[in-house]
Design a protein around this ligand. Structure first.
Ligand code: SAH
Length: 349
């Protein structure tokens, strides 16, 4: 028995099995799968060549879960769009569409809320509500493609939640996203970001060697990382870097380290030097993110010249480094703020 029994989370094999058990022909599974994952219908009634009786019976046992748009913000600067979506049980999540020269990228959430507790992050302030189903991760992409008419070519799992804390649903989502009977997105166009759940990094390298991995580092040593990220109490920097090296050697791919620059906390020369020593010789790329201030947290963004200086120090040591381009600055709310604002508003009412 599969772990998820809602219609949009079922893969072709499960769908075929279920239809055969209901006395239907095998070709129906492909028809239904394509309506859901290629033609991106929002309701069962839109599956025109599937008899109503078959649809109704199926939906009784396998509800159609997905996302419903509640709010949308569009950047006047670069067209970036932020979406607030409702889930069937009233939980809220958010997703972002970014338009680049190389294509359209959607940033999706993997959980409603998060339990990792990173000190600078808004997504974790209210804890974890629940894991998302594969359908709910997929449907953030489907709903955006359908609503905007923009073909999505890249997916980054960097929204609310820790994807490796919802590993099985993440794996199923990737499998279905890359399916030629679905959106057929290239494995290489998918990036997953983790705060560093070490055993899952090994598992991910083994099971998804074509997916790009980003690790949220944010500090160059254990002591400082512990003050920013509780996960650092669980896994040491040494264990984390060993896992990162395993990913690189196992997959032959470059790994990304995210490093959010927080004023006077991790943006000094000593930090750049330690970071250099940590990653020297490794096939990696460092993505510097001027921290997005979250009002409850009290951390400030590093000044622009400090960001530039930090980047320069790494470059001088031949470390590949970029500063993350801020997209949709005018609609910017740091990760998880849309959802949080919505929740606060509805509690006031
Ligand atoms: N849980 C995953 C993915 C979600 S967060 C992870 O930790 O990687 C995506 C990235 O945004 C992470 O690198 C996270 O540390 C970073 N982030 C979260 N809040 C931020 C903030 N206020 N400013 C800058 N980066 C932030």
């Amino acid at each position: 028995m599969a772990e998820w029994t809602d219609l949009r989370s079922m893969n072709m094999e499960e769908l075929s099995q279920c239809l055969l058990e209901n006395g239907e022909k095998r070709f129906r599974a492909k028809q239904i799968y394509e309506w859901l994952h290629k033609k991106l219908v929002r309701t069962p009634e839109e599956m025109k060549n599937v008899p109503a009786k078959c649809r109704e019976k199926l939906i009784l046992e396998h509800p159609l879960y997905g996302v419903t748009e509640v709010e949308r913000y569009v950047s006047k600067i670069d067209g970036t769009m932020k979406f607030l979506f409702a889930l069937h049980d009233g939980n809220m999540i958010e997703s972002v569409l970014m338009k680049y020269k190389h294509g359209n990228s959607v940033c999706i959430s993997s959980q409603a809320g998060c339990r990792m507790g990173c000190r600078f992050c808004a997504s974790t302030l209210m804890g974890l509500a629940r894991n998302l189903y594969p359908s709910e991760m997929l449907d953030q992409i489907y709903a955006i493609q359908k609503a905007t008419g923009e073909r999505v070519s890249h997916v980054v799992v960097m929204g609310t939640g820790e994807p490796f804390d919802n590993f099985d649903a993440l794996s199923r989502m990737i499998e279905m996203l890359c399916d030629s009977d679905g959106l057929n997105i290239g494995h290489r166009n998918i990036t997953v970001s983790t705060c560093g759940i070490v055993p899952k990094i090994y598992e991910f390298a083994d099971t998804h060697p074509q997916i790009t991995l980003a690790i949220s580092l944010h500090a160059p040593d254990d002591a400082l990382r512990k003050t920013l990220m509780p996960i650092a109490n669980r896994y040491s920097m040494e264990e984390l870097m060993k896992a990162a090296r395993y990913y690189v050697s196992r997959t032959g791919r470059r790994i990304t380290f995210e490093y959010s620059l927080v004023k006077d906390v991790n943006d000094k020369k000593e930090h750049a030097d330690k970071l250099t020593a940590l990653v020297k010789g490794m096939n990696c790329h460092i993505n510097l993110i001027p921290v997005n201030p979250v009002k409850e947290r009290g951390y400030q963004q590093s000044e622009q010249n400090n960001v530039a200086a930090f980047m320069h120090m790494l470059k001088q040591q031949h470390i590949q480094v970029t500063v993350r381009r801020e997209m949709g600055r005018d609609i910017s709310a740091a990760c998880g703020q849309l959802r949080k604002r919505y929740k606060e508003r509805s509690e006031e009412e």
